[in-house]
Design a protein. Sequence first.
Length: 453
Amino acid sequence: MPVDPTGAGAVKPPDPMALLRSRAYLVLLAMAALIGVPVSVAAFGFLAMVGEVQPLIYRDLPEALGFDGTPLWWPLPLLAVGGLLVGLTVRYLPGHGGHEPTAGFQATGAPPPVELPGIFLAALATLCFAAVLGPEAPLLALGSGLAAGAVRLVRHDPPEQMSAVLGAAGSFAAVSSLLGSPLLGAFLLMEASGLGGVMMTTVLVPGLLAAGVGALVFVGLGSWTGLGTYSLTLRDVPEAVRPTAAEFGWALLIGLSAALAAAGIRWLAVRLRARVERRRVAASVVVGLVVAGLAIAYAESTGKPATDVLYSGQTALDPFLTHSATYSVGALALLVLCKGLAYCGSLSAFRGGPIFPAMFVGAAGGILCSHLPGLSLVAGFAMGIGAMSAAMLRLPLVSVLLATLLIGSQGITVMPLVIVAVVVSYVTTARLTPPLSVPEGPQAPPRTPPQGP
């Protein structure tokens, strides 16, 4: 047996190249590719359902009831019902509705099958009824859970490592096109899960394969159904100008401001969550009404649509950038405030992902700053997205890629500015975050379930 330099016995780590050449690994890759197809079909179906239901209940339903357009007060009953459904799901169904969004973006293990209905229902209610969260976290959980369940159907008692790798591959497939690129989804999961070391490649390759297959399925289904791919894309990005010394100064300021804003959002969301957990169902309804009230107040004050504040912001980024010149400084400032507060409330009571709202708040803040001297529109837009994403997600590499790949060929021009803003935001966030307290004893105390209805 190999012995380490200290004299203590140690098992030699597995050789990743030998594993890559093995027949078992080829079988694993084939299973990852096969799993990518049904998981990506399910993910596409989930996004298509959300995309069809959102306008149905927000635009078509009030017209069917005889209203002339969508009434200004319409988000109030929408989000009250959404809060009620999420509260009931979190309180009574196994799994508490999935990932707790105030904890930030996390790539956890595959949930057991019994938790998947609760994750699906909580995410559906959150997204369809216009809470300010995105689909990425529930898609990851549903993708990994479906993949792990499929493995157990094929093999009664699969090895734990196989279930973990193929569950991760299911997550890759589920978000393969959501962020605009399967490669970006792979980076997101790789950085969020902390994959590293000599075994990173052996774990990452099946996920990349599943993501590539999933992206092809998304493109094929989008073309066949005419529904599109539900991918994060911008169509008309203004030309970026070469960075200036003043814009590097703005990068420092935007990075610092985003870190402070994110710290405030996270602080308030965590404290609201503690109150929501005491009376889960009733408090979720109240939070839904507050989110609706913020959207109504913004629309009434600015003349802009309430949907600027509602929903995750995923599909709103493109028209927002295209029509950014129609927003006054006051409207942008109020949008940042109302969207940020709605984001806080949604994090505390609903279920969904934190990525897209963080991107939208950062974009609005960056466009707001571009009204001041020394900062161009595209640079402010990209730096705001990158800095806010880094502060909320704490994934600096993914944040740079999100901001630069999103704006296409213009991303190369502003990438140095985005990197500076992201690094400043990430380091400042780390400085503002208190160290984790490690419980004494061999394991952490068990979690106490929330009380009350």
